[in-house]
Design a protein around this ligand. Structure first.
Ligand code: GRF
Length: 207
């Protein structure tokens, strides 16, 4: 059996971060393979992108809640990821909060990207929160996932300027472009074991 590093990706939306990561895998920038792509939304773009690339992609019904998975769904997601023998779970626009059993199954091996410079503006529409607050610098954050919302140790951040004529949409677009640069770098560093964690602090070994 090959010992290639295996990534599982979860997303609910259009999947542009997934595409950036998949392209980085294909280019050899991330030394890994994408073992499975899962979504809680049957017609999510991320599943279509995965299938175009002939990667295993699966919709799993999320159950009765709006912002989390119900127990059966949580079990099904964990089972699919375990069957695919993933080393890292990459959340790429997955719109549900993960709870205890899921977090325990992949402790220290779940990462997320958030469209703000955390700890500023957790939650929804962070780019709008940033604009409304009047900050001059916005950006994105890749972090480990813990039981909090957008709260785990920070792996990497990338800033973008806020311009005087920005609308929520234009700022969102600039942040999104920064995400596509940052996320593959962070996933590559994790796959290459260049990342170590001490409490809340994450250190990058020089490669
Ligand atoms: C990104 O903005 C990410 O920060 C947030 O969800 C969005 C996903 O976008 N968590 P996409 O589906 O990768 O295009």
């Amino acid at each position: 059996m090959s010992n290639t590093f295996r990534i599982g990706v979860l997303g609910s939306g259009k999947g542009s971060n997934f595409v950036a990561i998949a392209d980085a895998v294909t280019a050899g920038i991330i030394p890994a393979e994408i073992a499975i792509v899962l979504s809680d939304v049957a017609d999510a773009g991320i599943l279509a992108h995965a299938r175009e690339r002939k990667l295993p992609a699966q919709f799993i019904t999320p159950g009765k809640f709006r912002t989390k998975l119900d127990e059966d769904a949580e079990r099904a997601f964990v089972a699919a990821l375990q069957q695919a023998r993933v080393d890292l779970v990459v959340l790429a626009g997955f719109m549900r909060v993960l709870k205890g059993d899921f977090l325990r199954a992949f402790e220290g091996r779940i990462v997320n990207i958030h469209p703000s410079l955390l700890p500023c503006f957790p939650g929804l529409q962070s780019w709008k929160q940033a604009l409304d607050h009047g900050v001059k610098i916005a950006g994105c954050t890749v972090h480990f996932v813990d039981a909090g919302v957008d709260a785990g140790p920070i792996i990497g951040q990338q800033s973008v300027p806020v311009l005087d004529n920005d609308t929520p949409e234009s700022l969102h677009q600039r942040i999104h472009a920064a995400e596509h640069d940052l996320y593959p770098k962070c996933v590559a560093a994790f796959a290459k074991k260049e990342i170590s964690v001490a409490g809340r602090r994450v250190f990058w070994k020089k490669s």
